[in-house]
Design a protein around this ligand. Sequence first.
Ligand SMILES: Nc1nc2c(c(=O)[nH]1)N=C([C@H](O)[C@H](O)COP(=O)(O)OP(=O)(O)OP(=O)(O)O)CN2
Ligand SMILES: [Zn+2]
Length: 129
Amino acid sequence: MWIIYKEFSFEAAHQLPHHEGKCRRLHGHSFRGRVYVASDRLKTTGSETGMVMDFSVLKAHLDPLVKNYLDHYYLNESLGLESPTSEAIAAWIFAKLEEAGVPGLHSVEVLETCTSAARYFSPRLSTFL
Ligand SMILES: Nc1nc2c(c(=O)[nH]1)N=C([C@H](O)[C@H](O)COP(=O)(O)OP(=O)(O)OP(=O)(O)O)CN2
Ligand SMILES: [Zn+2]
C-alpha cells in the first residue's frame, strides 16, 4: 500500500461564531494543508509509470480551489460554512476533490496554526485510522 500527498497553502480569514474564546472574533491564518491519495498498486504504463499518481495531477485539482474559494477569502462566506473550523474546511476540500473524481482520495489535512490541525478521512476508510 502506498500513500502520497500534495501540500497546498492559503491565507484566509474566518470566525467561529459559537466559540467562547478569541476565535469568535474575525481573524486570519496562513493555512497549510495536505491531500492524501492511497493505492495498492503503482502505474505500469505511460508517464506515471512507477507512481500512485503524478503530484502535478493533484496540484491541478487543488489550484482552482485555492484560487476561487480559499486564498484571501473570508471562509465563512466563500465556503458557505457557518463555522469554518479546520475540521469543516478539510471536509469541504475533501468533498470538492471527491466530486472532481480524484481516484484513491484518502484524506485531507488542514493546519490552522503550526500546532493545530484536523484531518478528514473518507467514510469508506473509517477503519483505516
Ligand atoms: N478543534 C478545533 N479547535 C479550534 C479550531 C478549529 O478549527 N478546530 N479553531 C480555533 C481558532 O480558529 C484558532 O485560531 C486556532 O486555535 P489555537 O490552536 O488555539 O491557536 P493559537 O495560535 O492561539 O494556539 P496556541 O497553541 O495557544 O498558541 C480554536 N480551536
Ligand atoms: Zn482561526
